[in-house]
Design a binder for this molecule. Structure first.
Ligand code: F0G
Length: 457
């Protein structure tokens, strides 16, 4: 095993956490209906629920907070932010939003009409919901490799070109754009390759269809391109990001991931007329185009965070930290999607609970056991995938189930990873004793956020 790199930063402020005792943890779990979304942060020892909005800010970012020019219109923070985003993306127009799904609302609302189809590699759940909300239909053009945790494929986030060709041929009049997500949860946070982005571009050009990129973890994606794709080892991540985005017509980003901020996002496009439509929607849902639903200081903090997120010493450490937790889990016999990518470690819950069938909710069992054994919070859920079956020429709804151990950026040390692995060790030793869970409550909309469960037996 390679050694973990020492982080390229040191700790200047600390935030205390507490591990409730076992009796408390039992009570907390019961009262929370065994849902990670009903537990208070104060009751969690190590929180791996999400890598979104949970990064530790740098001293430069905290200093940027004090440079807020809180003018409603024309704040200097906006112009700094605009300059940084233009430099990173290469697109002329920069529209700030309060987070990623707000960017989805603004961009998709300007592009999608009822009956449209939006093909992509994989759509995240808010992405999917915003497409459906505008009357569109998301289709995931991922390949069969998605369902195989053991398949060591460096770019599991790739779109399957054969499936794209099929959908374009059948439905091109109803496709306003193709959406590519760089490092998506649904594809176990495995990247999409530059070759795949280029191939998508070539196919899209045949029908004159634009491409947009969901860039929330695109720096991690492009760092993984640098590591894994030939021809990119000597390029900087910033250059790789610019090249990848040059094959697209625009992008949007939840800066809560690779942008290293706790809140913020943007849309960035080349087309003037589209940018104007987005700005009009922005005023309706977010705010004036020079603040987009944020405090102006947040724009300044994002400008700093985006540059720090592109720093390769940071990215090297970050990707290695994810890999390290993956290695520790694999040593325990836990099946992990390999090679690991960005954002966190994705686990096949059936490798821990082979005796539990799908209906007995092994993903809920894993959360309950991780919390009970060590106060660790993470989440497992089935993700819907609208998959194209080429043989039958049909789109079918499948689901892809995994547990995600998302790692907040710059917030945790090697010792935290080892603690989580030790808890996982105790969980795997006793997993046979877990008889599974049943649903007590599952609302129709965004079910997994509000659900409650109870143990069987
Ligand atoms: N796209 C992807 C691929 C995401 O993972 C997320 C959020 C969004 C868009 C929406 O961004 O949260 O800023 O509105 N993912 C978080 C997660 C919630 O836990 O993976 P947002």
């Amino acid at each position: 095993m390679r050694e973990t790199l020492a982080p390229p930063f040191r700790i200047k402020a600390v935030e205390y956490v507490r591990l409730p005792d076992r009796g408390e943890r039992e009570r907390i779990l019961r009262e929370a209906g065994y849902s990670p979304f009903r537990i208070r942060s104060e009751e969690v020892y190590i929180d791996l629920l999400t890598d979104s909005g949970t990064a530790a800010m740098s001293d430069e970012q905290w200093a940027a907070m004090m440079r807020g020019d809180e003018a409603y219109v024309g704040s200097r923070n906006y112009y700094r932010f605009e300059g940084v985003v233009r430099e990173i993306t290469g697109f002329e127009h920069v529209i700030p939003t309060h987070q990623g799904r707000a960017a989805e609302n603004v961009l998709f609302g300007s592009l999608i009409k009822p009956g449209d189809i939006i093909p992509g590699n994989t759509h995240f759940d808010t992405t999917r919901a915003h497409i459906v909300d505008k009357g569109g239909r998301p289709i995931d053009l991922i390949g069969e490799w998605l369902w195989d945790f053991e398949h060591e494929y460096p770019f599991k986030g790739n779109l399957d070109p054969a499936r794209l060709e099929y959908i374009l041929k059948e439905h091109h009049e109803r496709i306003p754009f193709i959406l590519l997500t760089g490092v998506n949860n649904v594809a176990c946070s495995s990247p999409i390759s530059m070759e795949n982005i280029k191939e998508t571009r070539e196919l899209a050009e045949r029908y004159d269809i634009p491409i947009y990129i969901d860039a929330c973890r695109f720096f991690e994606n492009c760092y993984l391109i640098k590591l894994r794709e030939s021809g990119y080892h000597n390029k900087s991540v910033a250059e790789i990001v610019r090249e990848a985005l040059s094959y697209a017509d625009g992008c949007y980003m939840s800066c809560k991931k690779d942008g290293l901020v706790n809140i913020g996002g943007f849309v960035s496009v080349g087309d003037e007329e589209l940018a104007q439509r987005c700005r009009e929607r922005l005023v309706l849902y977010e705010g004036f185009p020079t603040y987009g639903g944020l405090a102006r200081r947040d724009l300044e903090v994002m400008a700093v965070g985006l540059m720090e997120g592109l720093d390769e010493r940071y990215l090297e450490w970050r990707i290695r930290q994810v890999e390290y937790l993956g290695e520790l889990f694999s040593r325990l016999g836990v099946r992990v999607s390999r090679p690991t990518g960005g954002s966190g470690v994705f686990v096949d819950v059936y490798s821990i609970y082979p005796h539990l069938t799908d209906e007995k909710l092994p993903e809920v069992a894993l959360f309950a056991d991780m919390y009970l054994e060590g106060g660790v919070r993470m989440v497992g859920a089935p993700f819907p995938v609208d998959f194209v079956d080429l043989e039958r020429g049909e789109v079918e709804r499948r689901s892809f189930k995994f547990a995600r151990f998302a790692i907040p950026r710059r917030a945790l040390t090697k010792a935290h990873m080892e603690y989580v692995a030790a808890v996982m060790g105790r969980v795997t030793e006793r997993s046979r004793l877990n008889k599974g869970f049943r649903v007590v409550y599952w609302p129709e909309i965004l079910g997994h956020f509000f659900a409650r469960f109870e143990p069987i037996g």
